[in-house]
Design a protein around this ligand. Structure first.
Ligand SMILES: *Cc1c(COP(=O)(O)O)cnc(C)c1O
Length: 377
């Protein structure tokens, strides 16, 4: 039984306890090698096996065909915001990319792309809007697909399918042909909901995710990229960030984040043991329904995000009386409910309930929310 607190951090975030235990047991001596994975040559047989297994398990979990390369890279999703344009803008001589803005992360991606080429906003949720007669603030809703203005000659279309800060999830991934831009590859920043639900890789040109939200520790970025999109890097692209080099060397162009890949590999095995991403999706739906359902029945708390866009992973919420925020957080910590403070740009609270957060943790949060409302409402 765990005596550890419930960790609602947005990232780095809670890890499956079984993974931490296995890593601890193998820390000094991996499988009789007499070495920690940290101490191994990345070119040695043992680490190559660890890395190959991680890739194979990930391919099985997500359903990644051989048309796609799987790359384990460094620099996080923020570095990918530069690495992607440097690799993909060259797909079209005009170096144009289109972006759908749904929150802070997609805005950052678009701004970074401007350093390398023409980064056009195809649609934006950055304004106040009315949906079903209700008013919604900027970055609390997803612009409907029918409003996306994607250029036919764009090198790619970038979306962030789960905005970690705003708690906005885009479940509806378009075929760009249906947006009037056939052949334009879809690039998806799935950092904060990767492995939380099945994802149709075949609809995309590329999916990427920093591991530290839902797939492992900080330090490794998972990149799934269609092979025909590789090989168009701009001349300024650093060799170590050129997908052609990384793919040709199976993530060993230079020293990869070896220990982080090992831990991510343990997480992939854990997800397989749970029954895969479809089984975890069921749990994630149940967890999100329990939490949002509670908020929707309460007059004390409020969820800012439009119902159809609510993230299953990151649930921002407000106390209607913000003067109680500090006391709420103090009381939560006293009960072992950690990291509930919202991102500074949004305020209020945020509960991140990734794969590693069991229903028992969500229930402990709901129990506290009820008690706090009863004593302060
Ligand atoms: C956390 C996050 C990032 C940035 O990740 P870093 O590893 O800090 O660069 C980008 N996009 C999304 C959706 C994220 O959740």
């Amino acid at each position: 039984m765990t005596t550890r607190p419930w960790n609602f951090s947005a990232g780095p975030s809670a890890m499956p306890e079984a993974v931490l235990q296995q890593a601890a047991a193998e820390m000094l001596d991996w499988h009789g090698s007499g070495m920690s994975v940290m101490e191994m040559s990345h070119r040695g047989k043992q680490f190559v096996q660890i890395c190959t297994e991680a890739e194979d398990d990930l391919r099985r979990l997500v359903g990644i065909s051989d048309d796609y390369a799987v790359l384990f890279m460094q620099g996080g999703a923020s570095a990918e915001n530069a690495i992607i344009p440097m690799n993909l803008l060259g797909l079209n001589p005009q170096h144009k990319a289109d972006f759908v803005l749904t929150g802070i992360w997609s805005v950052k991606s678009q701004k970074e792309c401007l350093r390398y080429g023409d980064a056009h906003i195809a649609a934006s949720g950055g304004e106040t809007t009315q949906i079903n007669g209700k008013q919604y603030d900027p970055w609390t809703w997803v612009p409907p697909l029918s409003s996306w203005q994607v250029r036919k000659d764009a090198s790619y279309l970038h979306i962030c399918s789960n905005e970690t800060i705003g708690g906005v999830e885009t479940m509806d991934w378009p075929n760009t042909a249906d947006l009037g831009a056939p052949g334009v590859p879809l690039v998806v920043d799935a950092s904060s909901h990767f492995l939380s639900r099945p994802m149709d890789v075949s609809k995309t040109g590329m999916i990427f995710a920093g591991a530290q939200k839902n797939a492992g520790p900080a330090g490794v970025t998972i990149v799934i990229v269609r092979r025909d999109l590789i090989g168009h890097a701009l001349p300024i692209c650093p060799s170590a960030f050129n997908y052609a080099n990384v793919a040709a060397e199976r993530s060993m162009f230079n020293t990869p984040p070896a220990y982080a890949i090992y831990i991510a590999g343990l997480v992939f095995k854990w997800v397989l043991q749970q029954g895969g991403v479809a089984a975890l999706e069921k749990q994630n739906i149940a967890k999100a329904q329990a939490l949002y359902g509670f908020f929707d029945r309460s007059d004390f708390y409020r969820v800012p995000v439009e119902v159809s866009a609510r993230s299953r992973m990151n649930a921002p919420f407000f106390l209607n009386d913000a003067s109680l925020d500090a006391e709420f957080l103090k009381g939560a910590e006293a009960r072992g409910l950690m990291q509930l403070k919202g991102h500074k740009s949004v305020g209020g609270m945020r509960a991140s309930i990734y794969n590693a957060m069991p229903m028992a943790g969500v229930q402990a949060l709901i129990d506290y929310l009820k008690d706090f409302e009863r004593t302060h409402g």
